[in-house]
Design a protein around this ligand. Structure first.
Ligand code: ATP
Ligand code: MG
Length: 263
């Protein structure tokens, strides 16, 4: 099982869009994917038209109640976000094991809920490094963090690196002194425009950096995918509507393939 978290300190950089489209791409390629929505804005959950706030991810952090795994399709399942997750995080703030709730839930429920059938778990986070995000980091094999061409886009990279390193020191097994944080941190340059200074500068700064897995262009179809709740993989199957976009779909197919090979 591969556990991948989409996280960034900065908002609106494409975490949810890339998590959704990458997960859908994996599913299209025959992988069983479980999405876990850790953002109380629940944008990913809403993409699947789930609006009830029952049996959500919140119960993992409350350590009580049912956690429903919504079966969206043969290959995609989802644990819905909770609109009160930020409040729930505050209620567990003083618990010593506050960063271990997801870890414990996974190991406690692995067999009962047959979680082993999922080849991928994809987590989408709120733009911060809160308790929920730390829980995701602790269970992850990889973190994918989008960076965008903007004034502070590049600095956001160091900010996240530093916070993960702090958590690496903090979240240790006290008997062995081993850290629970074993994740690798990767970046995706997102919303890259042709011929703008900020895009050129970002790409120049990232050039040759092995932690940068891919460059994703700014493309209106990503907005469409969010608005229409339709992934690029699904759009690509709809030959009539998106007749001129095949080069773009092929290039994204290649990009996702490269990402999956590098993880
Ligand atoms: N490569 C792209 N080209 C064009 N638009 C994009 C691209 N990536 C994301 N977007 C758009 O940018 C907006 C913000 O994206 P998204 O919601 O995925 O960001 P986020 O990091 O999850 O935000 P938040 O921090 O609020 O959770 C959305 O409207 C989305 O469609
Ligand atoms: Mg989001």
């Amino acid at each position: 099982m591969e556990i991948i978290t989409f996280s960034a300190i900065k908002g609106g950089v494409g975490k949810t869009t890339l998590a959704f489209n990458y997960g859908e791409w994996l599913a299209k390629n025959g992988k069983h994917v479980l999405f876990i929505d850790l953002d109380h804005q629940s944008n990913l959950t809403q993409t699947y038209n789930i609006y009830d706030n029952q049996d959500t991810v919140g119960n993992i952090f409350l350590d009580r109640g049912k956690v429903k795994i919504h079966e969206i399709s043969a290959y995609i399942s989802l644990i819905a976000g909770d609109m009160h997750l930020d409040d729930i995080e505050r209620t567990i703030e003083n618990k010593t094991n506050k960063n271990m709730f997801l870890y414990m839930w996974l190991s406690d429920n692995y067999e009962r809920l047959n979680l082993g059938k999922f080849e991928y778990i994809i987590l989408d986070c709120h733009p911060d490094f809160s308790t929920a995000t730390k829980n995701a980091v602790i269970i992850s094999n990889s973190i994918l963090s989008p960076i965008t061409p903007s004034e502070h886009g590049y600095n956001a990279k160091f900010n996240l690196e530093e916070r993960i390193n702090e958590l690496r020191k903090e979240a240790i097994d006290y008997s062995t002194r081993k850290s629970y944080v074993t994740t690798k941190l990767f970046f995706i340059a997102n919303m890259i425009k042709h011929n703008t200074r900020s895009s050129r500068e970002l790409l120049k700064a990232l050039k040759g950096d092995p932690s940068v897995l891919a460059t994703v262009p700014e493309k209106e179809l990503f907005n469409r995918s969010t608005l229409d709740k339709k992934s690029l993989s699904k759009m690509a199957e709809d030959h009539k509507t998106y007749i001129d976009q095949h080069e773009f779909f092929d290039s994204m197919d290649k990009t996702f393939n490269e990402i999956s090979e590098k993880l």
